[in-house]
Write a protein that binds this ligand. Structure first.
Ligand code: HEC
Ligand code: HEC
Length: 418
């Protein structure tokens, strides 16, 4: 399945692996992006940067164990406001193609899928800047449940007055002009900020490709027996590589795994918190995450016409589907006991739990142990009843732990992330 989509990212990665990174040396545009990524003054109140929800030590995902253990969703700069989903990693997102509906041939049969874009539901498409990652970076600064700035103009003026304003001029060959004679100087600048943030996210500081897995592929480290076995299972009996192919460990497609609801998600309580006179979540506890369907719903029929699709059908068939996330840095954490959370709603709390879910989902549902958030469109082909033994489950977990960045050749054999 999906062989075509699988090979493309793998090739990209192989090219990158040819030269494992030396010490991080950022270019001017990457440095500008780094400033913008860490600048808390780009929020209202001035207490939140991108790193608040995407911290390196936790694999560029959420860094507060108490939140990860429970609702898994992070508050905005206005701390009583919450969005609806768990922050995914901001690393290795740079190779997601522009969102599209793609058909290809597989064993003589045509298969068509939605692919690419950014966010769990793909709504940062890349249609604005040509780059999904830059489209994404235009969101958080102005999102009222995230950094909450009132406008592009205000963002522009904060950067104009910052100590790194000269970096902008060096990168783009013109000073920031938040009110130039076209009147859209602030929009030009805002888009350029997003492009710089995307450049930083693609840099060796955020996406260094220096995990144990990368060193093994480069012939400079060796897997333990358990890790090597886990890799085999990952690509074989566990069927993980059908959607998380080696390389970037995502094929950028969408699926509904039947992930259980996270009852502690604070979004269910957002019917009592208001932005501009409107509750953040009018549906309250009755809200169900539509995933990809929610984004498709916002598109006009004309877009579906171009894809040769009927909108209503496409939306119905996408309910509950979420983007396949990269598994790079999935086990990255500041210390052994540090709690993380997984899936779009953070309902699963450890990699052991994740693998056991894939292995035994169907039995768990039958026993009433879990209830899928969305029953429609649930993938019954590639997961749910894998027949893995406990040792096999553990081996797959051990393999995923080799995907954490920061493995150094001098630690070879010591397995520094454990
Ligand atoms: C309040 C927490 C919060 C802040 C602040 C925040 N993010 Fe996120 N980020 C999220 C959440 C939640 C998602 C997933 C949202 C969704 O899919 O609907 C996300 C998604 C992303 C993604 C998509 C990854 C993927 O594979 O789809 C990237 C990249 C990203 N954020 C980068 C950034 C950048 C850059 C900033 C700063 C400009 C930022 N984030 C600020 C919470 C946050
Ligand atoms: C049919 C495609 C598919 C297969 C097969 C698959 N996955 Fe996934 N994986 C996904 C999707 C889609 C998500 C996100 C689902 C969601 O959040 O609702 C995901 C999420 C994950 C996550 C959580 C990552 C995060 O950042 O939250 C892990 C870990 C993971 N998968 C590991 C595996 C392993 C291990 C296997 C094999 C045993 C596997 N996957 C098989 C599609 C797949």
């Amino acid at each position: 399945m999906k062989t075509l989509l699988r090979t493309v990212p793998a090739l990209v990665v192989l090219a990158l692996l040819a030269a494992l990174p030396a010490a991080a040396q950022l270019s001017p545009v990457e440095l500008l992006g780094k400033e913008l990524y860490f600048d808390k003054s780009l929020s209202s109140p001035n207490n939140q940067s991108c790193a608040f929800c995407h911290e390196e030590r936790s694999g560029f995902s959420g860094h507060i164990p108490g939140i990860n253990k429970a609702g898994a969703v992070y508050p905005g700069a206005e701390r009583q406001r919450f969005g609806n989903r768990r922050p995914p990693t901001a690393s290795y997102a740079g190779d997601s193609p522009v969102f599209d509906y793609v058909c290809f041939e597989e064993d003589g049969e045509e298969e068509c899928l939605f692919v690419g874009g950014m966010f769990w539901d793909g709504r940062a498409t890349g249609w604005v800047t040509g780059d999904p990652l830059a489209d994404q970076a235009m969101g958080p600064y102005l999102n009222p449940v995230e950094q909450n700035l009132p406008s592009e103009e205000v963002a522009c003026m904060i950067v104009e007055q910052s100590k790194y304003a000269s970096l902008y001029e060096e990168v783009y060959g013109m000073p920031i002009d938040c009110a130039d004679y076209h009147g859209d100087g602030h929009l030009v600048a805002y888009k350029n900020f997003a492009l710089a943030v995307a450049a930083f996210e693609r840099s060796v500081e955020v996406s260094p490709f220096d995990s144990k897995f990368d060193y093994v592929l480069a012939g400079e480290a060796e897997f333990t027996e358990q890790e090597a076995w886990g890799r085999q299972l990952f690509n074989g009996k566990g069927r993980c590589s059908a959607c998380h192919p080696e390389g970037l460990f995502t094929d950028f497609t969408y699926d509904n795994l039947g992930v259980p609801i996270n009852p502690e998600n604070p979004f269910y309580r957002m019917d009592t918190v208001y932005v501009d006179g409107m509750p953040i979540n009018p549906e309250g506890a009755a809200w169900v995450d539509p995933g990809l369907a929610g984004f498709l719903e916002t598109l006009p029929q004309s877009v579906f016409d171009e894809w040769g699709l009927d909108k209503e059908t496409a939306v119905a068939e996408s309910l509950g589907k979420h983007k396949v996330p990269t598994l790079r840095n999935v086990d990255k954490r500041p210390g052994p006991g540090f709690a993380k959370s997984y899936m779009h709603n953070g309902s699963l709390k450890s990699l052991e739990e994740v693998v056991s879910f894939y292995n035994s989902r169907d039995a768990m549902i039958a026993a009433g142990m879990i209830v899928p958030e969305v029953w429609e469109n649930m993938n019954e082909d590639e997961l749910g009843d894998l027949g893995l033994t406990a040792d096999e489950e553990a081996a797959i977990v051990a393999f995923m732990a080799t995907l954490s960045d920061g493995y150094r050749i001098k630690d070879k054999g010591k397995d520094k992330d454990k």
